[in-house]
Write a protein that binds this ligand. Structure first.
Ligand SMILES: [Fe+2]
Ligand SMILES: [Fe+2]
Length: 309
């Protein structure tokens, strides 16, 4: 928690399976597109009344939180590159794997469009509300944006489990922040963003459930590994990340382990008669929570580092 050093991640190649059958992936992707049907879409230009954006209505902590989440969202090219590098649509992979990756791509490009609109919307909020001027903000974003991003996992299911936690944690934070911010324009924007993150989470939850139903115990270890080593995006590369993270937690509750109860729910939903390994996984995930805001059947709070020892 005290470290402020940054280290460049090692970029990795194609992930290992097992993969879902391409038809299963296609079903999940279709459900995702259905959930984001036309009437639920929004665009940056018309979503809010930009002329009313006013950062004078925000506390210093809330301004800081907006700057932080802009940096995180703006790193989209790095996140998108993970999917193109790890699920390549080239002759590096077999035809069967290609067919799976091609179906996944129908999700990834749509997800990327939505995440990119989050970055654009937050940029626009900062400039129109008076937090930053465009050129300074572009420079600030470029300094972080050009740094590479990678996930330290080699199994495909681990990448999905990581995304599941990260999307849910982001959704929860946006909801928390929205409930306290003084500018209604920002509140409306955070509402849009959190609804998108909820759909991204739902897709990953669907994928993980399918994995657990098809592969059961065989995917327990990679999921456990994700929780044991979980870091939010850019935690290792962004300058002053931990200082920022503490500051934004002052503005609204920010704890990625809040997402863990949702992971436990998914595991329980997917597995009718949990094996010892699945049982151990849910106990482990619960133990990795730093706090339990809701009454849960979990052991007392255990810091993730201690729990993973
Ligand atoms: Fe986002
Ligand atoms: Fe998202």
């Amino acid at each position: 928690m005290t470290t402020t050093t940054t280290r460049a991640p090692v970029l990795r190649g194609p992930v290992d399976g097992p993969f879902l059958a391409p038809g299963d992936m296609a079903e999940a992707v279709t459900d995702f597109h259905r959930a984001g049907a036309a009437e639920r879409r929004w665009d940056v230009e018309t979503a809010v009344d930009w002329t009313a954006a006013d950062a004078n209505r925000l506390t210093d902590g809330q301004r800081s939180a907006v700057r932080f989440i802009t940096l995180i969202e703006d790193h989209l090219p790095g996140y998108f590159a993970v999917y193109t590098r790890r699920f390549p649509l080239t002759d590096e992979v077999s035809e069967q794997d290609f067919a799976h990756h091609r179906e996944l791509y129908h999700f990834t490009v749509r997800w990327a469009v939505e995440e990119d609109s989050h970055a654009r919307a937050l940029f626009r909020y900062q400039t129109d509300s008076g937090i930053a001027c465009p050129d300074d903000l572009r420079r600030e974003l470029a300094a972080e944006g050009r740094k590479p991003f990678e996930l330290p996992h080699d199994e495909s299911v681990a990448l999905f489990a990581y995304a599941l936690v990260q999307e849910k944690a982001t959704q929860i934070y946006y909801q928390q922040l929205r409930s306290v911010v003084g500018d209604p324009v920002l509140a409306e924007l955070l509402n849009r963003l959190s609804r998108d993150e909820a759909r991204h989470f739902a897709f990953m939850a669907d994928i993980l459930e399918r994995y657990l139903r098809v592969y059961g115990d065989a995917v327990v270890e990679p999921i456990r590994d994700v929780i044991a080593h979980f870091r939010m995006p850019l935690a290792d590369t962004m300058r002053g990340y931990w200082r920022w993270a503490l500051r934004i937690a002052d503005a609204a509750r920010y704890d990625h382990t809040d997402a863990y109860e949702h992971l436990i729910r998914i595991v329980n939903r997917a597995v009718d008669a949990p094996s010892d390994r699945v049982d151990e996984l849910t106990r482990f995930v619960a133990a990795c929570r730093t706090a339990a805001p809701l009454p849960l059947t979990t052991p007392a709070a255990v810091p993730p580092a201690a729990a993973s020892a």
